[in-house]
Design a protein around this ligand. Sequence first.
Ligand code: 13P
Ligand code: SF4
Length: 336
Amino acid sequence: MSTQQLTFTDEVQHETSSIYNKIKDSIPDIEWPFLAPYIYEINKLKKETNSVILAHNYQTPQIFYGVADIVGDSLALAVEASKVKEDNIIMCGVHFMAETAKIMSPDKHVYLPSLKAGCSLAASITGQDVIELKKKHPGVPVVTYVNTSADVKAETDVCCTSANAVKVVESLGVDKVLFLPDEYLAKYVATKTNVEIISWHGKCEVHEKFSEAEIKELRKNYPGLMIIAHPECPPDVIAASDFAGSTSHMVNYVKDKKPKDVFLVTECSMSDNIEIENPDVNFIKPCNLCPHMKSITLSNILDCLQNKKNEILIDSNTLERARGSIEKMVAIGRQD
Ligand code: 13P
Ligand code: SF4
C-alpha cells in the first residue's frame, strides 16, 4: 500500500475521533485531515503485524497520544521493552533507545522509524574511548548514561538515566566513579553525592542552549513561575530553577504541585504532552527542539510498519556485555 492513498474517510474520522478530542488544542484544525489517516492506518497495521509502539516523552502529541502503546522516560522505556509480548517493537525515540530495547528484548525485532534519530550525547563517546579511560583510571567503576551506544554500554559497569543517576553512583559503595558522557549531568550528580566524579565532555545539544539569563528574564515576567529543569541543562540553569528531574519526574511534579504557571526547561513536546493532562496549568514555552526526536513522524512510522524498515541489529557479544550494565540499572530502580 502506498502512503499516497491515505484519505480522511468517514470511517477514519469516526475511529480517530476520541484521539482528536484529546489533542485538538495542540494541533491546528487544518492538519487533522492529514494526520488522522496515518493514525488510523498505523493502529490497524500495528495489530495486523503483532507490533507494539513505544514512545519517549519528547514525541509529538499525535504520536504520543495517537499511536503509542507505551510512553515514558528512557528508564521506563528500557524496563517496558523487556516485558513486551508482541513480535515487533517500533521505537519512537532515538537510536540509543532502540538499541536498549533490542538489548532488553533480543528475541524481538526492533525498528527505529528514522535513522537520523541520533543523540549528541551518544555521539560524543565510543567504546574505544571508554577502554582508554579505564586504562587511565584502573579499578574505577564506569557508570554511563543510557544515552550511549551499545559499544559504550558493553564497556560499562552500570548504566543510569537522569531518573536514578545519584542512586546508581551511590549503590556502588566506592569513593570515585567514571561518569560518562554527559558533563552537565555529571556536575549535577556531583552536587548530590560525596563520591568523586570523573566526567567526560559530552553535552546535549538541546539542553545546553538554555541560559540562566533566560530563566531570570522569565521570572521577572511571570511572578511565582515554577521552573523545572532537566539535569542535562548547564549547572547555572539548574541552580536558577526550582527543581531538576528526568522527563517522568517533570510529569509527576506538575501533576502533584499543579502550579499556576510552569516552565519546563527541556524539549518542546514535553509541555505539549503534559498540558493535555493538566488543562488548568499554564505552560510557558520558550523551549528548544530536539531534531533527532523530531525526525520521527507518522509517515515514517507507517513506512516502518509496512516495509519493516530500519531494523536494529547488534552483534551477540556486544549485546550480552551491554545487557549486564542495563539490567543492573533496572534492578537499582528509580530515585524519588
Ligand atoms: P529522560 O531519561 O529524562 O527521559 O531523558 C532522555 C533524554 O534524552 C533527555 O534529553
Ligand atoms: Fe539526545 Fe539531547 Fe535529543 Fe535527548 S534531547 S535525545 S539528550 S540530543
